[in-house]
Ligand binder design. Sequence first.
Ligand code: GLA
Length: 323
Amino acid sequence: MTVVRVTAPGRVNLIGDHTDYTGGLVLPMVLERRTVMEGTATGDGLVRVSSADESEPACFPIDIAEPESVEPGWARYVAGMVREMRLLGVMVDGFEAHVTTDLPIGSGLSSSAALEIAVGRFVRELVGSDSVDDVSMAVAAQRAEHRASGVPCGIMDQLCIAVGRSGSATSIDCHDLTFRHVPIPDSIEVDVRFVVHRKLVGSEYADRVADCRRIEEIVGPLRSARPADVDVLRDDRLRRRARHVVSENQRVRDAIDALGNGDVTELGRLMTESHHSLARDYETSTPVMDEAVERLLREPGVLGARMTGGGFGGCVVAIRHRG
Ligand code: GLA
C-alpha cells in the first residue's frame, strides 16, 4: 500500500495585520516549523486520523456533511478540509493518517491553517490529482476554518502557507489573491517569540470583523480608502479601527518598497509603528504583548518589533541585524 507523506509550514506575519478580511495587503512568511501528515488510502468510506499532540483519535465518514460536529474538536479542521476538497472534486474513498507537528498549537503561528493545507495536500496526492491549484486550496482551507472554528478569518494564513517559499516573505493582495515572493535580505534575521497562549474562538476577533463591515457600509471598501476618507466617521471607535486598516495597508506597501531597496532600518520602523497602531487604534494587543515588544526593542541589533497575527496573545516578531 502506498504511503503518502505531506507537510505544511506555519507562518508568521511580518506586517499587515487585520487587513486581510477587508481585501487589503499583507506580508507574511512561512516558518521552518511544520505539520506532517502521513497515511494511506483505505477505500472503506471512513477517515481515521490521529495526532501526536492529541489524546483522542477521530473517525468520521469521508462524505461528512457537518464537519463542525466532529469529535474530538481538533479533527474538525481535518473534516472541514476533507469536505471542501470533495466539493472541489477530489474524491477519496477513505484514508487513515497520523499528524505530527513542531508548531506550537494555539500560539498564533497558524497551526490550524497548516493542518488544513496538510490535509488538502494529502488528499490531493492520494488521488494523484492536480486539479486543485494552491490558491483554490487556500480558499477551500479558509472555508474549512470558518466551518470548523466559527472564526470569520481572512485568507492570509491559508494562502501564505499554500504558496509561501522559504527565505522569502509573501506579499498578498487579499482582494484578488495575487501574490509575489519578496526575498528577505541576508543582512537580517527574523526572530519569533512566543508570549502567551490565545484563542481567536470567542475572542474579540469577530467584533473587529463586524466593525470593519460597519465602516465599509459608510465609507466603502477599506482596501481603497485614503486617510481622509476615514475622517468622516463620527464614531470614535470606528474611526480608529478604520485608521489602523488604511494606515496598515500603506505600511505594507512601504515595507515591500523598503525590502526592495534593502532598507532594513525602514522596515523595522514600519513594523514597530504597526504594533502601535494595533495597540492604540485596533486594540488587539494586551499589556503583556506590549511589554514583550518593548523588551525586544531594547535588545541590541533589533530594528523593529510587533505583535503578529490575530492578537490578544500569541507571538511577537522582530527583525534584527544578523549576528
Ligand atoms: C488571524 C486570521 C488571519 C488574519 C490575522 C490578523 O491570523 O486567521 O486571517 O486576519 O488574524 O491579521
